[in-house]
Design a protein around this ligand. Structure first.
Ligand code: ADP
Length: 211
């Protein structure tokens, strides 16, 4: 089964992917993480992506699609697409790329959350430099301040988690990614997440996927 996690920045896609991989044996394909790895390794792809990401803008579709296409060559089943597709053109290209391997997207999980909650989550978010797990300085603190519970990595604020960048990202999401909700109408399961804990959201996802 291949699934997409759809939702605004801060809706909890990364957190849910992590648990789904751990408990339900999915493999996460996070385009944001792939870009950040490329940036850390100073690859040509990373250098191209960096300017867009730091402004809170999307990396151009052709660059993103090519990166995903390369990934799919070695892995195309049991995937969670986290942060991809983000435009209708990417979604169409993904269908074509999966068809090469006789694969499809089975379900699209849409994590729905109020904009005001998204904002406060993102402004307080810190992520582990090593494993990328996210924490929140108020609502989801690690046992030791600034240190990841799992691997002792340093917790840092992402460059695009500044308030002005977050505003841009939410706007870009509403303009370019929200149209995917109707594009995937047939495969969509909507998970209302306001006021729910990550565990409750996870249970709803599992139930709605029948897994
Ligand atoms: P978030 O979901 O919190 O915005 P991500 O780590 O998924 O964070 O993405 C961070 C940034 O990486 C995006 O703002 C964008 O610049 C770039 N990016 C990630 N995925 C895509 C994509 N599918 N298309 C274009 N740009 C992307």
């Amino acid at each position: 089964m291949n699934i997409i996690l759809l939702g605004a920045p801060g809706s909890g896609k990364g957190t849910q992917s992590e648990v789904l991989c751990e408990k339900k044996s999915f493999t996460q394909l996070s385009t944001g993480d792939l870009f950040r790895n490329n940036i850390a390794n100073k690859t040509p792809l990373g250098l191209e992506a960096q300017g867009y990401m730091n402004q809170g803008l999307y990396v151009p579709d052709d660059v993103t699609n090519k990166m995903v296409g390369d990934y799919l060559e070695s892995n195309h089943e049991g995937l969670i697409f986290d942060g991809y597709p983000r435009t209708v053109d990417q979604a169409k290209e993904l269908d074509l790329m999966l068809a090469k391997y006789d694969k499809v997207i089975d379900k699209v999980v849409y994590i729905d959350l109020d904009d005001s909650v998204l904002m406060s989550r993102l402004t307080g978010r810190v992520v582990c430099e090593i494993c990328k797990r996210s924490y929140h300085v108020v609502t989801r603190k690690p046992a030791v301040e600034g240190i990841c519970d799992f691997d002792g990595g340093k917790l840092v604020t992402r460059p695009d988690d500044q308030e002005d960048k977050i505003k841009t990202r939410l706007e870009v999401y509403n303009n370019q990614t929200a149209p995917l909700i109707s594009f995937y109408e047939d495969k969509l399961v909507k998970i209302p997440s306001d006021g729910k804990t990550p565990q409750e959201v996870f249970e709803l996802i599992v139930e709605s996927l029948g897994i």
